[in-house]
Design a protein around this ligand. Structure first.
Ligand code: TRP
Length: 337
């Protein structure tokens, strides 16, 4: 009988301003759940953040903010490793080696680069172009087997698998890097803009009403839910109706994720009701479930020394895993030493 190899989970969040409900439901809340399934390593990816300009005076504070969100959501630093990417040099070193494995054509197909660079691709940083190679290095430096990510990172995960496959083949080291499995899904894999259901909830959207920030007050939280765009129909009575009603689909997804239910269950519960009933119930649920997370996040943010100690300890433990894997990688490549 063969036993399944143990699961090693890796994921990361960028330290950019305005962490929001999409980051929480689509990623951080799921990081917490996975702690019961295997060894978990969670990173604050500051090397990725500087692929677009960042204010050096803000970056460290934003890094602590992501760490505070991890802790507030329930990432347990005694069980899981949480650390800052730039503190473990194996990420950047492995990224260089993998840059020489990945092909230009593979990166040119990445839709996120095309979206982010827009018409100004010529002016974007080289780092933004090879962002997905660094992401592959993050994952492979730990031989992670599972990667919880939002829907928008699916293509990057595919690329990580391609890079791992190519490395194993080129250097004739079959199975050296395992192929990481994405963990995507749940009712809120993609949380949308509260005012426009065709756009993702985003930190860079100018209208603050469009998103729920993890640093919002409870009053803001309730107000933004009550003001969220809906339509003039009643609540759907069948899940299929959600396809043509994106704003309603989004609110039902948020409700389901917060309540730990499926969208079907929420549709059944509120079938035919008015939004005058649903929205206050959603607001109440949000205050009940998100409120404590937001409060805890504030408390952590007011104690940066505690966050820093946790991150320093995490970096030591992350380094201890990544360093031998990097050494074996260098050996496979044929480096001296
Ligand atoms: N690119 C990811 C995002 O924007 C963040 C990230 C960086 C990541 N490195 C990673 C996610 C490694 C998972 C694994 O969401």
């Amino acid at each position: 009988m063969t036993t399944k190899p143990p699961m090693r989970v890796f994921s990361g969040v960028q330290p950019t301003a305005n962490l929001h409900l999409g980051n929480y439901l689509g990623a951080i809340k799921r990081f917490v759940e996975l702690q019961n399934s295997g060894e978990c390593i969670y990173c604050v990816v500051d090397l990725h953040a500087i692929t677009v300009p960042q204010d050096p005076k803000m970056l460290a504070a934003q890094t602590r903010e992501v760490a505070a969100a991890y802790l507030a959501a329930g990432v347990d630093p005694a069980r899981s490793i949480m650390f800052v990417q730039s503190c473990v040099s194996a990420h950047a070193e492995l990224a260089w080696i993998l840059n020489c494995v990945a092909r230009m054509g593979w990166l040119e197909r990445m839709t996120q680069f095309k979206d982010k660079a827009g018409k100004n691709a010529e002016r974007s940083s080289v780092g933004l172009f090879n962002y997905p190679v660094l992401m592959a290095a993050d994952i492979l430096a730990y031989r992670a087997t599972h990667v919880p990510v939002g829907e928008d990172q699916k293509q990057h995960l595919e690329l990580s698998r391609d890079i791992a496959t190519r490395f194993n083949a080129d250097f004739k080291v079959e199975g050296f890097f395992p192929l990481p499995e994405p963990i995507i899904g749940g009712p809120a894999a993609r949380v949308m803009n509260l005012q426009d259901g065709s756009k993702k909830m985003s930190k860079s959207e100018p209208a603050d009403n469009s998103r729920i920030n993890l640093t919002d007050s409870k009053d803001d939280l309730v107000r933004k839910i009550k003001k969220a765009k809906t339509d003039t129909l009643a609540m759907p009575s069948h899940i299929d109706e959600l396809k043509s009603r994106p704003e309603v689909d989004n609110l039902i997804g948020i409700y389901a994720a917060l309540a730990g239910q499926t969208k079907e269950q929420v549709v059944t519960e509120f079938s035919g009701a008015g939004f005058g009933l649903f929205k206050p119930r959603l607001a109440e649920l949000a205050v009940e479930t998100l409120g404590p997370v937001m409060d805890k996040m504030m408390r952590y943010m007011n104690d940066p020394a505690q966050i820093d100690a946790i991150l320093r300890d995490g970096a030591v433990r992350a380094h201890a895993i990544a360093q031998p894997i990097l050494a074996q990688t260098k050996e496979a490549v044929g480096f001296w030493g």
